[in-house]
Write a protein that binds this ligand. Structure first.
Ligand code: ZN
Ligand code: CU
Length: 492
């Protein structure tokens, strides 16, 4: 690479293993940053940095993109985003599983699972543009892409959620969605497995997803069923994408419940076929346990349940539901009833499925972390280092370069981030310096709120947000709008 034009940079990191995010082999070299951009790459021995860092062979990669989060409100109330920057995450995609903080005007407390993101009506934003403006005005440490949740639209437009939306209600939701897309929402998410949207027929989702297709956004889905009817749900997802002319992303792909263990061989084959004819992406987190609200259908499918929070009995957070039930002299479902509203961790997956889904070349990494849980699933703090340290280095599921690709280049392409997710002069300087030999998650189901080991430095838009085991206090994150994505896409 010809770096003759520059002789000074704000920062030069020397002797790094440069992993560019493309999945191709890494190379030894230096990387320079000036302002918010990567200024140079390769042999920079003639470039002088105002700050110089000796990497000593440690890796430098594009900052990780967490494509599946529920960080809508965390970005505002916990802008340091320590759980994410400590993993090397520099961009999050919010508004998943049908749940978004905007646009929604509520007069009563939000129904589950909207309460996973915010438990009071006042915390929601009636106007999507006002929500993005708030993110601009009080930036977080990480960048954010924000989606509109279908269940949030329903909660705003309908008096009862246990039925299909009427024509007038669909029109109202679509107008609201179009306003949000105009303001910069990147797409529409659904959570058809959850009570607020379970009664929505496929046609209702298509009518909304059409607006997303027309605006150049995307549609992500927590599918109607991730257990016995997972194949039907995949077909429904593909049909929605085709009818709406929108790219679709299958969220946290899994095969839940003992009866479905091993079926990822079938689901991945079906996904692979669909990908020949339409835009289909998928993401996964690297654990065999799920986490969401404490509901009957999830408890039924789980071999073990840990309570993550309970409004009725806050002191039980972190304990096994089985032990709580025994103490109360109740069955599991009855005990769960007594804890409502509440959340849980559900051991419902087979490790072989988890590995097969992670290993599938189209799978992106998304944490699905729940930042407001009292005793969260360890995926909130551990997802990215666990993929790098456990699944790539220890298990050997894929080379390190491929692991990085699944959290950078692949995700950036799917979400239209033309200037992120790559090490390239001119790209935004979202960077992570980490030690491939030691990087690992430390968060566990027993102690879930602990930062990863081996993530040494994290830059967002050229500014350090995590250094030597601590947040720096910088808040350089940006709310990235759909219109900007389209312009970047056209330019790139
Ligand atoms: Zn979900
Ligand atoms: Cu989710």
């Amino acid at each position: 690479m010809d770096m003759a034009e520059i002789d000074h940079a704000d920062l030069v990191i020397r002797n790094a293993r440069l992993i560019d995010g493309s999945g191709g082999p890494s190379m030894r070299g230096d990387i320079a940053v000036t302002d918010d951009r990567i200024a140079g790459l390769g042999d920079l021995s003639r470039v002088e940095g105002a700050v110089e860092i000796e990497a000593g062979g440690r890796a430098v990669a594009p900052g990780f993109i967490d494509v599946h989060t529920h960080d809508d409100r965390a970005l505002l109330v916990d802008p340091a985003m320590t759980c994410k920057v400590s993993q090397g995450v520099t961009t999050v995609v919010a508004g998943n599983c049908g749940v978004s903080l905007a646009p929604l005007a509520l007069r009563r407390p939000p129904p589950a699972p909207l309460d996973l993101v915010c438990d009071s009506a006042e915390g929601f934003f009636a106007d999507f543009g006002a929500y993005l403006d708030r993110l601009d005005g009080a930036p977080a440490a990480v960048n954010a892409l924000c989606q509109v949740g279908h269940s949030s639209l329903r909660a705003g437009a309908m008096d009862g959620l246990d039925r299909p939306a009427s024509g007038a209600e669909i029109a109202a939701m679509r107008a609201e969605l179009e306003r949000a897309l105009e303001a910069g929402a990147i797409g529409l998410s659904t959570g058809l497995d959850y009570a607020p949207a379970a009664a929505a027929p496929t046609g209702e989702v298509i009518a909304l997803a059409e607006a997303v297709g027309a605006a150049g956004g995307l549609h992500t889905t927590h599918m109607r069923n991730e257990a016995d009817r997972v194949m039907d749900s995949l077909e429904e997802t593909f049909a929605i994408g085709r009818a709406a002319r929108a790219p679709v992303v299958i969220s946290h792909h899994k095969c839940a419940g003992k009866a479905n263990h091993g079926r990822s061989a079938e689901t991945l084959a079906l996904i692979h076929r669909a990908r020949q004819g339409q835009a289909v992406g998928l993401d996964a987190y690297p654990y065999n346990a799920a986490s969401t609200v404490l509901e009957r259908s999830f408890i039924e499918k789980a071999s073990r349940v840990i309570v993550t929070w309970s409004k009725a009995r806050p002191e039980v957070a972190g304990r096994d539901l089985a032990g709580i039930a025994q103490e109360m002299g109740l069955g599991l479902q009855e005990a769960a009833e007594a804890l409502q509203p509440a959340g849980g961790i559900f051991f419902t997956m087979d490790e072989a499925d988890v590995q097969r889904i992670l290993a599938y070349p189209g799978t992106m990494i998304g944490s699905d972390g729940l930042p407001h849980d009292e005793f969260p699933h360890p995926r909130l703090w551990g997802t990215f280092p666990r993929v790098l340290g456990h699944y790539a280095r220890e298990v050997g599921l894929f080379p390190l370069e491929e692991a990085v690709h699944r959290m950078t280049g692949l995700s950036a392409r799917r979400f239209g981030l033309a200037e992120r997710g790559a090490l390239r002069p001119g790209a935004f300087a979202d960077l992570v310096l980490f030690d491939p030999e030691t990087v690992i998650d430390t968060a566990t189901f027993e102690a879930p709120k602990t930062p990863a080991t081996g993530i040494d430095l994290v830059l967002v838009n050229g500014r350090a947000v995590w250094r030597d085991g601590e947040t720096t206090g910088a808040r350089p994150g940006r709310a990235i709008r759909l219109r900007a994505l389209a312009e970047l896409g056209a330019a790139g």
